[in-house]
Design a protein around this ligand. Structure first.
Ligand SMILES: Cc1cc2nc3c(=O)[nH]c(=O)nc-3n(C[C@H](O)[C@H](O)[C@H](O)COP(=O)(O)O)c2cc1C
Length: 199
């Protein structure tokens, strides 16, 4: 589930919310999964991965991750990302282009407090995407951290939120005979320009 906080009332957000509600009513599984692609400047490569979108606060789309991870390093050196959602229950793809940065420390702290101790133990104990000798090492680190977690455990500074603000949306709806509808909202000089694309 995605939590909406004072959702923007701009056109693409109204459109997104109505599709989200439709997908939810159709019991879409993994509704919060979004693919985020970033640019690895060092390797001159583009990399994609799924993350769970937790909030849309006004026009900021927020997920959480490790701040030392490859994705975090890529966001830091190149802040432009490409984001994708596919909800098969309503045959809808949503494509976004956006600029990404870290959320405030306060926002990350608040979210950390709401999470289970298991999730936080993993966030604290995992050096995300680093290679390991064996999986056993991961479970041992996790168990050790889990046993030391208390209600006063604070968020480590290497874990927190990322927020992206889209400047381009394409809503794609699949139809019979591939007569698919593509509706674009593109921000230009602070205004959302709308256009329709051929399938
Ligand atoms: C459905 C799904 C949701 C995921 N959600 C997150 C998430 O919210 N945060 C996260 O750090 N990784 C999440 N992952 C794992 C990432 O896809 C990825 O493996 C990890 O973040 C390391 O990425 P990186 O090496 O590019 O930094 C998720 C994976 C899947 C399949």
């Amino acid at each position: 589930m995605i939590k909406f906080i004072n959702l923007s009332n701009e056109k693409p957000y109204i459109h997104f919310q109505s599709l989200y509600e439709k997908a939810l009513a159709n019991h879409q599984r993994g509704i919060e999964a979004i693919s985020v692609s970033s640019f690895n400047q060092e390797m001159n490569e583009v990399e994609a991965r799924y993350v769970n979108l937790k909030y849309i606060a006004s026009n900021e789309w927020i997920f959480f991750s490790n701040y030392n991870s490859p994705k975090a390093q890529q966001f830091d050196s190149h802040s432009q990302v490409s984001v994708l959602i596919f909800w098969p229950t309503i045959n809808t793809q949503i494509r976004m282009k956006a600029s990404i940065s870290k959320t405030s420390k306060e926002f990350s702290d608040e979210h950390f407090k709401l999470r289970t101790k298991e999730k936080n133990a993993l966030a604290i104990s995992s050096n995300q995407s680093q290679s390991i000798e064996s999986f056993d090492q991961v479970t041992k680190n996790f168990q050790k951290t889990l046993s030391s977690i208390t209600p006063y455990t604070v968020r480590p500074d290497y874990w927190g939120g990322f927020s992206f603000i889209p400047y381009y949306f394409e809503f794609w709806q699949g139809h019979k005979n591939r007569l698919n509808k593509r509706h674009v909202f593109e921000q230009q000089d602070g205004e959302w320009m709308e256009l329709l694309l051929q399938p």
